[in-house]
Design a binder for this molecule. Sequence first.
Ligand code: UDX
Length: 451
Amino acid sequence: MGKRLTVIGTGYLGATHAAAMAELGFEVLGVDVDPKKIDSLSRGELPFHEPGLPELLLKHIDSGRLRFTTSIEEAGAFGDVHFVAVGTPQRAGEDAADMTYVDGAISSLAGAITRDALIVGKSTVPVGSARRLKSVIAEAKREDVKIDFAWNPEFLREGFAVQDTLRPDRLVVGTDSSRAHAVLREVYADALARETPYIATDFETAELVKVAANAFLATKISFINAFAEVTEAVGGDIRTLADAIGLDNRIGRRFLNSGVGFGGGCLPKDIRALQARVSELGLDRTMRFLGEIDEINLRRRDRVVYLAEELLDGLEGKRVAVLGTAFKPNSDDVRDSPALDVAARLFNGGAEVSVYDPKANDNSAKRFPRLNYCSTLSAAVSGADVVLVLTEWREFCDMRPQEIQALVNTQQIVDGRNVLDKNEWEGAGWTFRALGLRPSAVPARDLLSVN
Ligand code: UDX
């Protein structure tokens, strides 16, 4: 008989993992402490936007392979393999990760397991957690059961969660148990048949692979954004610079899009948690550069606010249209979103802010109810003194100046994601600003001048 799986924690990662494992043919039980979440998932409803996931969920609720419960006892009795996918948010007022949910889930699960099983941690955790959790399991478990334990980080991207889970580019498993490897090779047989690399390692490496990957991606983005500060001062074209260095295979073009910077539920919190963890280990200097990465990233937001203020000659009473509030396109997630942060700051600075995001209006309104949320692009730009593009939804990348120029009050636009064609907008009579671009009206600073 095939293995029976449970997934503890049915947020982004857990809900996707549960549905994907059902798609692979397993019987899956999803578990969460939140009864409301479990109710809506059982009806095939998701509290977030993720392409393809609602369909997959419904398919396997119907096939009977996927069920949800709030009962950890039921999970303990049901599963051969238990995936733990609860969140590790940033601790309030601190940089470190909050391990309360992981610790709670693993110890209650271990106590509820009634027969030999494997627990697999998938959450992003501070290095050293898995080894510690191994003793938590040993203490909480019943004496008559044997529980193996592995750490198997997840690299899924929002917007591509289903695809990334069904067709991962690598599988990383940290454990000291050969049985755990054997079981996981069975669970991931489909990916392994497609020659997906399976990296068998220790707990610490597995934990670090995840944070190192996210730290590297964040560094790439802030690296190009630091150069954007230079081209803003001296002239030059940040997009061409990215294209040109990206052609070097050792560097690669991906994650070199300069703009308002990174946000979301992972990159910002993960680089902060990594710094905090490494400091705890006494290596204060080691990850200090990540503090700079974070600062460069946050300065991009200041820059957009500055550009708007400058174009408007002060914010008070001015009408700003913000296009995009999600932290990236094809997502309704506004956690740590640079776009929403900028919109809120412009509002707090005295501007009237009209906002349109194809998917994230509702989530944004929960955080900042006082912005004027519009249901179309046209409504948002109507009467605007400046238009800001802050999330690169296709709809905004494809926007033509002629389509909106009759609607706005003043033809001024700030491209916060480097997706618009400056010549086209300037040709149509707009004042055009972008991140990484030296405004054409302002002369280049003569860096060699000593006077
Ligand atoms: C990220 C990692 O990519 C994923 O592997 C990990 O599992 C979770 O964190 P995600 O948060 O979904 O995934 O978003 P991602 O696509 O990585 O984008 C992160 C942020 O960086 C977004 O705000 C995006 O707009 C920004 N970004 C990305 C840039 O500013 N420039 C780029 O070139 C790429």
